[in-house]
Design a binder for this molecule. Sequence first.
Ligand code: FMN
Length: 477
Amino acid sequence: MFKDLREWLDEVEKLGELKRVSGAHWDGEMGPLTQLVHEKYHGSAPALLFDDIPGYPAGYRTLYGHFSTLNRIAVTLGLPLEYGSKLEFIENYRRKMEAQELIPPVAVKDGPVLENVHTGNDLDVLEFPVPRHHELDTARYIGTASAVITRDPDTGWYNLGTYRSQVYDGQTVGCQITEGKHGRIHRDKYFERGQPMKVAIVVGVDPLLYLASASPVADGVSEYDFVGGIRGEPVGVIEGPYTGFPIPANAEIVLEGEMVPGESRVEGPFGEWMGYYGVPPVPRPFVRVKAVMHRDSPILTCAPQHRPVDETVLLKTVTGSAAIWGDLRRAGIPEVRGVWQHEAGLGVRFTVISVRQRYPGHARQVLHVASSVQSGAYNGKWTVVVDDDIDPTDIDQVLWAMCTRFDPVEDVDIIRKAWSSGRDPMVLPGTGNFNNRILVDATVPYNRKLKGDFPPVVGVSPELTRDLYRKWAGVVL
Ligand SMILES: Cc1cc2nc3c(=O)[nH]c(=O)nc-3n(C[C@H](O)[C@H](O)[C@H](O)COP(=O)(O)O)c2cc1C
């Protein structure tokens, strides 16, 4: 497997999925260009490597769109590039996640991240071409595709999470961590004791570490150990000069600093992952930067997110679908044939599960469990169950099932006051971060399936399909 971001870029270029762009501006060009490319190439957009950014030395680059294709997710995780269907891809991913062991990081004396180390007045985070990502943002954001390292003050485990960082000035950045995220729990523990919290923000990061930081990894398990397990060898780490934290030796850019209880600055506005400016600017704790390290000709990794389909949603689709599928299995529900969280549903808001119905209530049970297990509970909106002749990844087939096997009175359940977030423009007013959910049973009613009185589908049987392909290859292929 690739060892760092540069080797990953080589792999991606070999796949023909890297586009180099010269001369785009950091101020409102690179982010919107990425959005246009993703809206145009839905599911097949290339990664964009920007260079020759006005006002910055050639070679000081930014990278957008790590995970916009299944191929690039496969390369990142060492999964097969050949797969029969999207569901097979999810199965491969789920198996890999469930089989892997944890391998802790290993300390090394030196690494490319130490090629340049700045501290004190010698330090300026705007030495990098930090973008203003969206048109209505008023600040530049250095941390979007990042890994923020924090240490649990009780147990000492290191968490890595992707949390955004606004730039206030050359030595001050934000760090927006939502309630319940591991970095936030760490911060709350320090602040409750009146203590500052040290952080290391990796903003030029190995894509595998970024993937792990942006995905749910169990409480108390370090993303370092998780990534070591996937790669089959430990992550090499140097000791951070300010924090003393383990820092990836091959990182591109790292900011070290501290957050101090009682100190806050207004954070935002920033275009958010639901496709809106969901949360108004509010005061939030920030980071006083004490040290900056970077490789020569560093690459700043970016993922600003926007209205779907954006550059991060496929990753949420893959990790979320696999997690719900795994949880349904662990809950003992038989015959689940596939799960897909559609990209236009932001990876969490439109979840489709296909099942081979075996007993009355089976489909309804799938709906309720999938919407309530930990992997499916956060920020959902639509959960749909379909029969096993429907490919849950194919929105046309799903809509057909919803239009022909569903009754609006009999086949809808509602979950009220579920776990949502302030980013949701339809969050229930005055209730905190709750929303309501709709569960849609678009399967053939089980009693009619038993009686065999549901009309047969106008289709082509597998046997006839095989024969026709053989005989009429020139017509159908
Ligand atoms: C591109 C991207 C940006 C994100 N930005 C934030 C953010 O600013 N704040 C936040 O709390 N979560 C953000 N997230 C979600 C978290 O990274 C994600 O929930 C992750 O699992 C958190 O790690 P943790 O469970 O170790 O806290 C972002 C995710 C992605 C993919």
